[in-house]
Each structure stands twice: as structure tokens, then as C-alpha cells.
Design a protein around this ligand. Structure first.
Ligand SMILES: [Fe+2]
Length: 468
């Protein structure tokens, strides 16, 4: 994983979009088997394979003209790509998901389907038509537009079910704090201090709470909940780095309040599915300066807290926002919060897409390492989180279902799991996946992480924080 972080080139989704658009045109213009078609298929296949080396699937979504790769915006070079994007959008396609196992022949059939789409746009669902073309590894479709949000999957706005008591309490207090600031009141220092203590001394010591924060989150985070989670993830990273207690307390406070400026952003913009227009984006970006403004006025906060709020969207190369001068690199504490912030954001659900699985989120971080994020911090974070964090529901190579209950040091891909049955009842025993047979080979591997289809109560498998 760590070598992947260093070796991965920055992946660009546009060659895939361009490839589909031109292959579609060639398919409609030249007879099957024409060398130009064959050449284009090879190019497209190469572009797709490059992405699939980084993860089991590639998801390209176009939202209001911005291209998103696996949920991360790539909409920098908008003008140049407008035509390609428009061409696909006209066909009703603004989302392309490609899974491992796809080959050139299948890509050709997708292009053929795209060509025919213009002629007979309304014959059955895109899904059914792709199946008719024997396309199994590619899905396409229209993203839900803003004004039809009711058709999108509605995610709850906070975790539900049986929460670790200390984690539940921290969420309640954070919600009160953020709502009070949103209503124009001054940030209450006593509450902030208590909350930081609660997170460090209770929540961080509860495996159930960590499981609820680390594993895939099937809710759309509001700011207070995101903030508590980012504070905990930052603390995990800080502990992994061997930081001392004073630094860690300052880090938790700063992480908890890094997005406090969002209390000044209208909810309609915060919760808007998909990309923002220019004015909305400018306003959204201002949450960093708003945050710093709110925090510098509060006596008793640690000095780094407003700085982290200001800097947490700036990259290690001195880019990002807000503009505080070319090449100005954020403080190490801001860099830690940035890593935790991105992981937390993509492992939560958003209105236009399901949450990203942890192992995939780690790859997204790896892709950003060296460009936006500090590579050493990403490596340390992925080492502590692992691909299969506490609380994850996984399937083993022997087709068993298990909840990760312990990460095995030095063997992050083979944790210990508590077995569960198909209705996620258990535990039905424990298996250490790092066990090897007499020939020295692993007895089992994890083959996939699953998103629980029925509510999963991790407190049944992981120790919770004592309520006292
Ligand atoms: Fe932020």
C-alpha cells in the first residue's frame, strides 16, 4: 500500500470519457473490425486498465459539468472538455462505472450501445439495454438532478442504531455546540473543553466507537457529526505518529472545530447534492476564513485552532484555498486534519452516491499523496486505519461473513474477525485471518468489504466505552 501511494500517477478520468465518445462515433461511422476502431478500443482499454490497477472499479460522474472520479472533483479544465461531456449528457449519460474484468470487446459493445442510444433512446432502461448487449462490467446512467432529489437515495443525517454511549454523547454535545454557534451565539469554551476530554479519554478508548467511526458510514454527515469523526481520526493518526499529549489535545480541539465556519453557510448549499456553481463554491470555500474569524475571537482556545480552520483545504504544495500566498505550506497540524477530513468525507454517504468503502478510500488518499496530502501522513494513516478497519463487514475466501474486531499488527490485510450469519447475528466464533496452514500459506483472505444491508450493531462485537 505504501509503495502504491508513492508510485501511483495522478489518474485522469477524461481519457476514458473522450475514449467512449470517439469510439462511439467511430462505431457509427466505420464497419466493424476497422483498424481505427481496433486502435481506439486499445487506447480506451489501456486508459481503463490504468485506473483499475488502483482499485476494483472506476466511477466517473459528471455533475453540472464537473467531472468527478470516485467522488473527487476533477473539474479543473472545464472549457476543453465541455463538448465531450455535453455529447454524453445529450445521450442521457452522466455517470459511467466500470468494474474489474472488463475487456476491449465489452468496451466495443458499450460504444455500439451508445451509438444506438441516439436512434432509440427510450426502449427500456439503460441497465436492461446494456445487459442486452452482454455488458456486465460497465454501468451507465443519468445522475439525479438537483430538483429531483426526491428520487435520490435518502440517507439519514447521523448514525443511528445502538451507538457507543460515549460516542453518542459526544455527538449530542457537538450538535448543541454547532447549533448554538449557527444561531449567532458565541462558542462555549467549557463545552469545547469537555468535548475534547470526552473524545480523548472515552471515545478513543472504545473499540465500538472506533468501529462506528471507521467502517463505512451509511449516513450523510452533517457538520457536527463529520467534525467529531474527523477529530477522532486525527487523534488516531496523531497517536500513530507518536505525538505527545499536549499536541494531541490541541489537535483534537482544532479538528473538532475545523469546519465551524460552515455554521455561516446556508444549509441549502451545504446539503446540495453534486457540484456547486461558481458563486456557491466561493461561498462554500469561505467556510475556512469564516471559521478562522469565529475562532480568533474566542478566548481560551489553543493558538493552532483558528489556523487549522483556515488551512485545512490547502495542499502540501501550497495550493488550494483560501489564497494565503503562493506556495505557503500548511502547518503539520492542518496537514493531519486534511487527511482525516478527506477520509471521513468519502467514507460517508452523499446524496448522489453511496459511501466509498474504506479500502477504496485509502486508495483515493494514496492518489492524493504528494499532490494535495502529505505522503508520510497518508502512509501512517492507512497503516493505522488499514483497508479493513474495525467494525467492517467482510467476506472471506471461504465465503464466511465476519466483523473486523482486531487489526493484527504487521499484517493489516489479515485482521481477526467475529463470524456472523447472513442476518448479521453473532458472534458465531472468532477467526484470526493471519493464521497460516502447515505449508505457510494463509488459510483465508478477505475477498471483499460489504455494505451491511440490515442494521449492523457493532457494539455486540466490540467493547464499548463504560458510561460512567
Ligand atoms: Fe472544510
Amino acid at each position: 500500500m505504501t509503495t502504491a501511494a508513492a508510485a501511483l500517477p495522478a489518474l485522469d478520468p477524461l481519457p476514458i470519457l473522450k475514449g467512449f465518445a470517439s469510439l462511439r462515433r467511430l462505431t457509427g461511422t466505420y464497419p466493424a473490425g476497422h483498424p481505427m476502431i481496433a486502435q481506439k478500443i486499445r487506447e480506451l482499454e489501456d486508459a481503463v486498465k490504468q485506473h483499475l490497477r488502483a482499485g476494483p472499479s472506476v466511477r466517473i460522474d459528471v455533475i453540472h459539468g464537473d467531472v468527478f472520479l470516485d467522488g473527487v472533483s476533477f473539474g479543473r479544465d472545464k472549457q476543453a472538455n465541455t463538448q465531450i461531456i455535453q455529447e454524453l449528457a445529450d445521450l442521457g449519460i452522466d455517470s459511467i462505472h466500470i468494474d474489474e474484468g472488463v475487456d476491449g470487446e465489452e468496451l466495443r459493445r458499450v460504444a455500439e450501445f451508445l451509438w444506438q442510444l441516439k436512434e432509440r433512446p427510450h426502449t427500456g432502461s439503460v441497465e436492461a439495454q446494456l445487459a442486452e448487449h452482454q455488458v456486465r462490467h460497465v454501468s451507465m446512467g443519468r445522475l439525479v438532478a438537483l430538483d429531483t432529489r426526491w428520487r435520490a437515495h435518502q440517507w439519514p443525517e447521523a448514525p443511528s442504531g445502538n451507538l457507543d454511549p460515549a460516542y453518542a454523547e459526544s455527538l449530542v454535545r457537538a450538535q448543541e455546540t454547532f447549533e448554538s454557534v449557527a444561531s449567532g451565539k458565541k462558542l462555549d469554551m467549557v463545552t469545547v473543553r469537555d468535548l475534547v476530554q470526552l473524545l480523548i479519554h472515552k471515545v478513543a478508548r472504545s473499540n465500538a466507537a472506533l468501529g462506528q467511526i471507521l467502517a463505512v458510514k451509511q449516513y450523510e454527515n452533517l457538520t457536527y457529526c463529520h467534525s467529531v469523526n474527523v477529530a477522532m481520526l486525527s487523534l488516531l493518526l496523531g497517536t500513530q505518529l507518536g505525538l505527545d499529549d499536549a499536541f494531541k489535545s490541541a489537535l483534537v480541539e482544532a479538528a473538532l472545530l475545523h469546519d465551524i465556519g460552515k455554521t455561516r453557510i446556508p444549509l441549502g448549499i451545504l446539503k446540495k447534492p453534486g457540484a456547486l456553481d461558481k458563486r456557491e463554491r466561493k461561498l462554500m470555500e469561505a467556510h475556512t476564513t469564516f471559521g478562522a474569524e469565529i475562532l480568533v475571537q474566542i478566548d481560551g482556545l489553543r493558538p493552532m485552532t483558528p489556523i487549522v480552520a483556515l488551512e485545512h483545504h490547502r495542499g502540501v504544495k501550497g495550493d488550494g484555498y483560501p489564497d494565503v500566498g503562493r506556495g505557503v505550506v500548511p502547518h503539520a497540524m492542518s496537514q493531519i486534519v486534511s487527511v482525516a477530513d478527506i477520509y471521513e468525507a468519502i467514507t460517508g454517504a452523499r446524496s448522489y452516491q453511496a459511501p466509498t468503502l474504506p479500502e477504496h478510500a485509502c486508495l483515493v488518499l494514496a492518489r492524493l499523496a504528494g499532490e494535495k496530502l502529505n505522503t508520510a501522513l497518508v502512509k501512517a494513516f492507512v497503516n493505522v486505519i488499514t483497508f479493513f478497519p474495525l467494525g467492517s463487514l467482510v467476506r472471506t475466501s471461504r465465503d464466511e461473513l465476519g466483523i473486523v474486531i482486531r487489526t493484527n499488527h504487521g499484517d493489516p490485510l489479515h485482521p481477526t474477525v467475529a463470524l456472523v450469519d447472513a442476518s448479521l447475528e453473532g458472534p458465531r466464533g472468532e477467526i484470526n485471518l493471519s493464521a497460516r496452514d502447515s505449508a505457510g500459506a494463509y488459510e483465508r483472505h478477505i475477498v471483499e468489504t460489504l455494505v451491511p444491508q440490515v442494521p449492523l450493531d457493532v457494539t455486540k462485537f466490540l467493547p464499548i466505552a463504560d458510561a460512567a
